[in-house]
Design a protein around this ligand. Structure first.
Ligand SMILES: Cc1cc2nc3c(=O)[nH]c(=O)nc-3n(C[C@H](O)[C@H](O)[C@H](O)COP(=O)(O)OP(=O)(O)OC[C@H]3O[C@@H](n4cnc5c(N)ncnc54)[C@H](O)[C@@H]3O)c2cc1C
Length: 453
């Protein structure tokens, strides 16, 4: 991203005269005029673009990757079966039913592929003895989560923020005797680093009331084909030239008068002029610097920290068909049998019996080579003599972009939300609302759309 800023400065040195962004030589067809420019075409950006169009707003989506979807990823295996290794199920909200129905995609109850959970000490490849892990009962956890109904919907928090939400999650587990669900929640909350050190509010947001209803009590939905990417492929067809794929902003001017973005696209430089800007990309300073962040914005965004999350599909594994393997550490020094990170946390069977989905997480970033070699080594320990191979890989970091408990106590999220609308720039995405697509779409539908139109 920094190189792109440099590119912007170089371009300015040549063309700066006569225009603050150095755009005097941009010709008519390279200027895109829209009501709303959207940065990031993942779950929230794509949904917002379609819904704005439905309300007769003109939009353009600027997406860094070569397709829409972000954390939505579906791979076509050799068998022809489409296998998700990203978003695969949704809470059964009306926004979800309506969005899929808009693209004629039928929904069914989501049932996770596979039929047997296996708990294994990944460091030895040996199953942990029966009875090591308690049978989870979510009643007490749900009682606690129900005290904070606002957590799923936004970061609008009471003042003062309840101190229980600011405890390290390990202390919260102890305080409310949630030991029986601790191991399972550590799996559900993957992407939070070492979960028992994480501030409770992030864990409760990740594993909220509706999430438990969906995943534990079978109320989640998925496309009939389980091909989540199909929704975003259809959205791409409909949005057509309103999407700039493989594109990034590298210079910008934002004010109450409007937005101008200089965008690097595969077909050259374009200028986007819009009344409003919607940012759905992660709000990290490095990522948003090309927008010309001022001190107020930089001071807020620079407080964010994040975790590492990586997923991949592997074949040639010789694993047991239909098994879902969870890494458990029966040693006394492991908290609630959850192994320390970074490491491979679990492996899921997929709809294709030859393909397994690996989930690796870390408190901090890990280079791709190390993630892959760690995963391959674990697979080989589980099935000695096998020769597992990656057929797909994704770096889903930054994961759980957040701040310290002290910052939350001191009103960080009020400061963050005060940026909504500042310089005609609006925000959504997992950092701003919740890391569940249904909740993101609800937020767009009921909170953002009225402000963007
Ligand atoms: C492996 C995995 C599985 C998941 N499973 C589920 C699930 O089953 N159900 C569920 O509800 N949630 C699931 N989630 C959570 C998921 O993150 C959210 O549901 C949702 O997809 C987040 O949407 P988003 O728009 O905030 O982010 P993203 O989907 O990450 O979209 C952000 C987009 O911005 C783009 N971008 C980033 N920086 C720039 C830039 N500078 N310029 C232009 N574009 C940029 C990215 O390429 C990306 O396309 C899962 C997450 C992961 C990682």
């Amino acid at each position: 991203m920094k190189a792109r800023i440099g590119l912007g400065v170089a371009a300015c040195a040549v063309h700066c005269l006569g225009h603050p962004l150095g755009l005097s030589n941009i010709s008519g067809e390279d200027v895109i005029m829209r009501d709303v420019a959207i940065i990031g075409g993942g779950s929230s950006g794509t949904h917002a673009a379609i819904r704005l169009k439905d309300h007769n707003q003109t939009v353009v989506v600027i997406e860094r990757d070569g397709e829409l979807g972000g954390h939505v990823r579906t791979y076509t295996a050799n068998s022809g079966i489409r296998v998700n290794y990203g978003v695969s199920n949704f809470q059964n909200y009306s926004v979800v039913r309506e969005f899929f129905s808009r693209f004629d995609i039928p929904l069914v109850q989501y049932v996770q592929p596979g039929d047997a959970d296996v708990y294994v000490d990944f460091s030895t490849g040996q199953p942990v003895p029966n009875g090591t892990l308690p049978v989870p009962d979510f009643t007490a956890y749900l009682t606690e989560v129900a005290k904070y109904p606002y957590l799923g919907q936004s970061w609008e928090l009471p003042d003062p923020v309840p101190e229980d939400l600011l405890l390290p999650f390990g202390d919260f587990v102890e305080k409310y005797n949630l030991q029986d669900v601790a191991f399972t929640i550590a799996q559900f909350a993957i992407g939070n680093g070492n979960v028992f050190e994480q501030t409770t509010i992030y864990v409760l947001k990740a594993v909220d009331y509706d999430y438990i209803q969906g995943i534990v009590y079978g109320q989640g939905v998925a496309p009939e084909t389980y091909d989540t990417q199909s929704l975003f492929n259809k959205a791409l067809v409909e949005l057509g030239s309103d999407v700039l794929l493989s594109s990034t902003v590298y210079n910008a001017s934002r004010s109450t008068a409007g937005i101008e973005l200089v965008v690097k696209t595969p077909t050259g430089r374009k200028v986007v002029k819009a009344k409003k800007l919607l940012v759905t990309a992660p709000p990290l300073v490095d990522n948003l610097q090309p927008l010309g962040l001022d001190k107020k914005e930089t001071d807020i965004f620079s407080k964010f920290q994040s975790h590492g999350l990586y997923t991949g599909l592997l074949n040639n594994t010789s694993l047991t068909p239909g098994a879902r393997y969870y890494s458990a550490d029966p040693n006394a020094n492991a908290t609630y049998d959850v192994p320390n990170l970074p490491d491979l946390q679990f492996i899921w069977a997929t709809k294709d019996p030859d393909v397994y989905w690996a989930w690796y997480s870390s408190p901090t970033d890990v280079p791709e080579e190390k993630v892959k070699s760690d995963i391959i080594a674990r697979f080989k320990d589980l099935a000695p003599g096998s020769n597992p191979e990656f057929i797909a890989y994704a770096n889903d970091s930054p994961s759980t972009v957040g701040v310290s408990a002290d910052e939350i106590r001191d009103g960080f999220y009020n400061d963050l939300l005060s940026l909504q609308g500042y310089k005609n720039t609006w925000y959504t995405g997992s950092t701003w609302v919740s890391d569940h697509s249904a909740e993101l779409w609800n937020y767009t539908e009921y909170e953002l759309l009225p402000k963007l139109m």
